[in-house]
Design a protein around this ligand. Structure first.
Ligand code: BES
Ligand code: ZN
Length: 464
C-alpha cells in the first residue's frame, strides 16, 4: 500500500487529485509542452493500420472461451508478445459447461403430465424416489421436520431459490420439486454449490395438481436428473515489460483487454479492438525508456462474467498487488457507429464506484493533449476493470458509449471498425500509461515536469 500512496503523492505535485485537492503549482504551459513531448515518444508511433490488421485476424472466427477459437487467439497474442521479447505467460484456468442429458419426474412411477420438467441451474445429478411433501414456500422456520427423507414440493416466491433449497436441505429433504408462482412456464431455479440434492422446476399447473393429489393421500415421486459437468480451459495472457534494474520505481501499471468473444460472435469491436491496442502499445513501449513495470494482459472468459480477470486477480501475489498503481482496461474502442454525437467520438472512462481516480485523471488530461477534449467519466462495471478495483487498484474502462447496435451480434465485424477511433483511444491510453512509466516520473515532485491537469466531468450517459 505504501508504494501506491507514494505515486499519488508524487503526481499530486502537478495534478488535481481525484479527491479534489488542488496543488499550488499546477497547470502551466511548460508542463503541457513537456507532456506533449513525452506523449510524442509514444503516440507518434501508434499505427491504426497495425491495430486494424490485428482485429481483422482475430475476428476471422469467434473466440468463445473454452473453444479452439480462443486457443488460436491466445497463441497469436502470446506469439506477438514473445517476438517483442516480453516475459510472457499463458495462464490457464478452468471453466465449466453443463449439459443436461435428461430430467425426468415420475409420480407414482409414471412420467409427470404436461411440460417437460427442467433442472435448476446448478442442480446436481441424482436419482431419488421418495414420498412427496408439500412445504409451501419453504420459508425459514416453516419447513416441517417430517420432510426428512422426502422430496419437498415447494412453491416459487418470496425468498430466493437458493434459500428455499437450503431450508429443506437443512431438514433432510432428498430432492426439491418447485412449481411456478405464475403461469410463466418452468424456466427458473438456481441451486448453489454444495446443495447436493436434485432440484427441478415444473409449471404452476403441474404443481397445483400435485398439491391437490397430496390432499387425498400419499404420493411417491421420482426425480431423475442427469447433468454432465464439462470442464474446459480458458486463458489469461500476461506479458511483463520490466524497467532497467538501476531505474525501477518498483511500481506496476497494467493495461488490459479481453480476447474472448460471445458464442458465434466475431467480436471485432468486443473486444478484438482492445486486444489490438494492447498489442500495439506493447510494441511501442518495448522500445521506450521506462522506470515502472508495464504489464500487458488479455483475459479469457470475460463474457462469462469476468472469469479470467477475476482468476488473474485472485492468483496475484500480495507483493504485486501492493505495487500496482493503475489498471487501464480497453473494451470496445473501435466502433465506427458507437458514441453517437458525443465529444471525443463518445470515448468515456468508467469506474466501478463512479469516482475519479489516477487513471481517469491521466486519461482526461491525455484527451486534452491529444484531441483537445477532456474525456468524461461515468460509473459502470461490465468489464475486467472490476476485479482490479476490488483489489484497491485505481482502474477504469475505456469505451465508446453508447455502444453500437451490433454489440454481441454476429455482425460485430471488421467493416464496422474505425481506424480513427482506434488511434484516438490508443493515444489516450498510451500517453496516460507513459505519464506513469516514463523515467522522469520521479521528477514529478518537481512541478516543472509534472503532468498538466484538466477539469473533466461526470456523465450519466446511457450505454446501450
Ligand atoms: N464489452 C462489454 C461491456 C459493455 C457492453 C459495457 C456494453 C458497456 C456497454 C463486455 O464484454 C460485456 O458484454 N460484458 C457483459 C457483462 C459481463 C460481466 C458478462 C455485459 O455487459 O453484459
Ligand atoms: Zn467486451
Amino acid at each position: 500500500m505504501f508504494r501506491r500512496k507514494s505515486i499519488i503523492t508524487i503526481l499530486a505535485a502537478g495534478m488535481v487529485l481525484s479527491s479534489g485537492t488542488v496543488y499550488a503549482q499546477t497547470i502551466s504551459a511548460p508542463n503541457a509542452q513537456s507532456d506533449t513531448a513525452f506523449d510524442n515518444k509514444i503516440i507518434k508511433k501508434i499505427s491504426a493500420d497495425n491495430m486494424y490488421s490485428t482485429i481483422a485476424l482475430l475476428s476471422e472466427q469467434p473466440r468463445e472461451a473454452g473453444t479452439e477459437g480462443e486457443v488460436r487467439a491466445v497463441k497469436y497474442i502470446e506469439g506477438q508478445f514473445k517476438s517483442l521479447g516480453f516475459e510472457t505467460k499463458v495462464i490457464p484456468f478452468p471453466i465449466y459447461d453443463y449439459r443436461t442429458n435428461h430430467v425426468w419426474v415420475k409420480i407414482g412411477g409414471l412420467n409427470i403430465e404436461g411440460a417437460e420438467p427442467r433442472a435448476f441451474s446448478g442442480s446436481v445429478t441424482g436419482n431419488v424416489t421418495a414420498p412427496l411433501l408439500n412445504v409451501g414456500k419453504a420459508r425459514l422456520g416453516e419447513v416441517p421436520d417430517e420432510v426428512a427423507g422426502k422430496i419437498a414440493l415447494v412453491e416459487r416466491g418470496d425468498i430466493t431459490f437458493i434459500e428455499k433449497v437450503q431450508n429443506v436441505l437443512d431438514k433432510g429433504a432428498v430432492g426439491v420439486l418447485m412449481y411456478n408462482n405464475s403461469s410463466n412456464g418452468n424456466a427458473f431455479g438456481q441451486a448453489a454449490e454444495g446443495q447436493n440434492i436434485p432440484s427441478v422446476a415444473i409449471t404452476r399447473e403441474q404443481g397445483l395438481a400435485l398439491v391437490e393429489k397430496l390432499k387425498s393421500g400419499s404420493v411417491t415421486a421420482t426425480l431423475d436428473v442427469d447433468i454432465e459437468k464439462i470442464e474446459k480451459t480458458s486463458y489469461v495472457v500476461e506479458a511483463k515489460l520490466k524497467p532497467s534494474k538501476n531505474k525501477d520505481t518498483g511500481q506496476i501499471v497494467t493495461v488490459g483487454a479481453h480476447h474472448d468473444s460471445v458464442h458465434g460472435g466475431p467480436g471485432a469491436n468486443d473486444d478484438a479492438s482492445g486486444v489490438s491496442a494492447v498489442l500495439e502499445l506493447a510494441r511501442i513501449f518495448a522500445k521506450a525508456p521506462i522506470d515502472t513495470e508495464v504489464r500487458f494482459l488479455t483475459f479469457g472468459s470475460e463474457e462469462r462474467g469476468l472469469v479470467g480477470s477475476s482468476f488473474y486477480a485472485s492468483q496475484l501475489p500480495k507483493d504485486d498487488v501492493d505495487r500496482m498503481v493503475a489498471h487501464f482496461q480497453m473494451d470496445m474502442i473501435g466502433g465506427r457507429d458507437a458514441g453517437a454525437d458525443n465529444p471525443a467520438g463518445g470515448l468515456i472512462m468508467y469506474t466501478i464506484d463512479g469516482q475519479k481516480n489516477l487513471v481517469t485523471d491521466l486519461g482526461a488530461a491525455a484527451g486534452v493533449r491529444t484531441m483537445g477534449v477532456a474525456i468524461p467519466y461515468g460509473q459502470l462495471g461490465r468489464s475486467d476493470h472490476q476485479p482490479f478495483h476490488e483489489l484497491g487498484i485505481p482502474s477504469a474502462l475505456f469505451i465508446h458509449s453508447p455502444v453500437e447496435p451490433w454489440y454481441h451480434q454476429p455482425t460485430d465485424t471488421i467493416d464496422k471498425i474505425s481506424k480513427e477511433k482506434l488511434q484516438q483511444a490508443a493515444e489516450i491510453v498510451g500517453a496516460s500509461v507513459y505519464q506513469i512509466a516514463r523515467p522522469e516520473t520521479p521528477a514529478l515532485e518537481n512541478s516543472r515536469v509534472a503532468a498538466g491537469i484538466v477539469d473533466y466531468d461526470f456523465e450519466d450517459r446511457p450505454v446501450d
